[in-house]
Design a protein around this ligand. Structure first.
Ligand code: B12
Ligand code: SF4
Length: 493
């Protein structure tokens, strides 16, 4: 067999046609997962453009035909001479490995992404077809791979050699202003607002990454502790370059993918000033910490610039748990800051974690009440997942009766995985009551005008279809009557 990595002398490019693929499949992706493009993969594909004859960027969530594995493999065999896959989320890992294991063996297979970097050894073990794992930021590394550089010279990769895994050294991180932003022309689909799979109001979404890195050390968020990973200290792009990118994006809804948009409040203000000065009419969503409440001038400018939604990590109503997670604030601070935040016409979505070490059911259920009390509009609550390099492992080891499941989820002798799932449903129904839905509706359509009038009409017109799809899902999961009872009769129990 010829070595697929040897450069052919008669062509300038080593590879004619590279496939960059987001392997998550639509059937199991949630609505939130469908909204946004695979930002990391797009960055890497964009940086590869001058180093390969042709690029196909596939987001399997949106590929009706090619999400069929046989059709995909057929396409790869006929067209592709290198496959690059992004594994950025700790979900569908088994399905993704199954897919990778069916890849043609004479076509090099490169994977990268947050989860690939976290699980280098596991992926090599379970996916024998993987040739290279690119660790951490992949823009420069992928260019060297495509140019046919010998593996031993390529920093930031792990690869197989004589049956062993070799981990090359880290690659120095490039200056953030020298990284090209994603070339949206590579996309084969648009990103639309789907409610339970139904295309409502025809709203287009996109992401803009204005900064990378985060200086905080929350214990459940551990990339920087991964010896094979590499995390930047907070580094921000120039304000000009960020606003230029925004101006060139056709979508009307833009998520700032930064870990914390308001970390440098002065710079965030400058971004808003420039958006206002250039009269850019878009709607923005950003991830932030509650400390944003310390900057009223920034909040005012954000409202003026079109910021409609803030995604805020609150994690827990309990001081003991907040300290355990090293979140850096307590529950009184959350209440104090939210009293300020509520004054602004902004939609607040709060992230919570439940099933924490030593947390009781009563404490977990309190999330719903606390969220209502502080005035957050909607919430997501996830079971605590303890990642490979998490310092929380030490606490688990010292706490009798606690275990970490294969998927990283913490469970205990008091609360099994199934118990935690049940508690999750209780939190859901205690928070998402009919009056909560009315509140969300009023907030989005009237208070913050997240939707224009015509979008609101389209949303209303799509409602019967949405309801039909929700009912179909609940029937499929065999829980329609339980969900109806909990919503309308005894949701708080
Ligand atoms: C923006 C963001 C979101 C956005 C989604 C954005 C999107 N495009 O889809 C939103 C707000 C919707 C979101 C939601 C969630 N998120 Co989030 N999110 C992020 C965040 C902050 C940034 C991701 C990003 O855009 N990074 C910028 C790009 C450039 O970096 P990158 O993706 O790592 O890509 C680089 C490298 O990895 C590599 N690379 C990537 N792919 C490939 C492929 C190849 C071939 C190569 C060579 C290299 C390569 O090169 C890229 C460029 O340098 C990350 C934290 C982080 N810093 O990664 C969390 C993160 C990804 N989210 C996380 C989580 C847990 C969630 C939620 C579950 C939270 C919740 N409570 O609901 C939800 C999940 C939604 C769902 N339904 O499943 C976790 C994932 C943990 C895990 N292992 O699964 C992270 C890591 C945060 C954390 N530490 O907890 N999230
Ligand atoms: S959870 Fe947010 S604030 Fe905490 S370390 Fe991670 S990105 Fe930073």
């Amino acid at each position: 067999m010829t070595d697929p990595f040897i450069i052919s002398k008669d062509t300038k490019m080593k590879y004619k046609h590279a496939l960059f693929m987001n392997p998550y499949i639509e059937r199991s992706a949630t609505s939130a997962m469908m909204l946004f493009p695979p930002t990391g993969l797009e960055y890497v594909a964009t940086s590869a453009q001058d180093h390969v004859g042709k690029i196909t960027l596939l987001d399997l969530r949106y590929e009706k035909d090619l999400s069929d594995v046989d059709k995909l493999l057929d396409f790869i065999r006929k067209e592709i001479d290198i496959v690059c896959v992004s594994i950025g989320w700790n979900r569908q890992i088994k399905e993704i490995c199954d897919l990778l294991n069916r890849m043609p063996k004479d076509i090099p297979l490169v994977v990268g992404g947050y989860t690939a970097t976290e699980k280098v050894e596991e992926l090599f073990e379970h996916c024998p077809k993987i040739d290279i794992i690119v660790r951490g930021e992949g823009e420069e590394t992928v260019r060297e791979i495509l140019s046919g550089e010998p593996f031993e010279n390529i920093l930031g990769i792990s690869y197989r050699k004589n049956g062993k895994i070799v981990h090359n050294g880290h690659r120095p991180l490039p200056d953030i202003d020298n990284i090209a932003s994603p070339d949206r022309a590579l996309r084969r689909n648009e990103y639309r607002f789907l409610f339970n799979g139904v295309n409502v109001a025809n709203l287009a979404f996109d992401t803009v990454l204005s900064a990378r890195g985060c200086p905080y050390n929350c214990k459940f968020c551990t990339f920087k502790l991964n010896p094979l990973g590499q995390k930047r200290d907070y580094s921000a792009r120039s304000v000009e370059s960020v606003v230029n990118e925004i101006e060139g994006v056709p979508a009307n809804m833009i998520l700032f993918s930064d870990e914390n948009f308001s970390l440098d409040a002065k710079r965030a203000e400058e971004i808003c000033d420039l958006i206002i000065a250039r009269k850019i009419k878009k709607r923005f969503i950003a991830q932030t910490r509650i400390e944003i409440a310390k900057y009223p001038r920034l909040l005012e400018k954000m409202v003026k610039a079109g910021f409609k939604t803030l995604l805020v990590g609150i994690e827990s109503p309990h001081d003991r748990i907040l300290a355990q997670l090293n979140k850096g604030f307590d529950s009184a601070t959350v209440r104090r800051y939210f009293a300020v935040l509520k004054k602004y016409p902004i939609y607040y979505h709060g992230y919570f974690i439940y099933g924490n070490i030593t947390e009781t059911e009563e404490e977990m259920l309190y999330i719903a009440q606390f969220a209502r009390e502080i005035g957050v509009d909607s919430i997501t609550f996830l079971k605590l997942r303890i990642e490979k390099f998490s310092p929380l492992k030490e606490i688990v080891d010292k706490t009798p009766g606690y275990h970490i499941g294969d998927n990283g989820v913490l469970y205990s002798e008091a609360y099994s995985y199934a118990d935690l799932k049940k508690i999750g449903r209780k939190i859901k129904f205690a928070f998402y009551t009919p009056s909560r839905f009315l509140h969300i509706f009023k907030k989005c359509f009237i208070d913050i005008k997240f939707f224009t009038l015509s979008e609101a009409m389209a949303f209303l017109a799509a409602m019967p279809q949405v309801l039909k799809s929700v009912i179909a899902r609940e029937i499929q999961k065999g829980r329609l009557s339980d969900s109806l009872k909990r919503t309308f009769i005894h949701n708080a129990k």
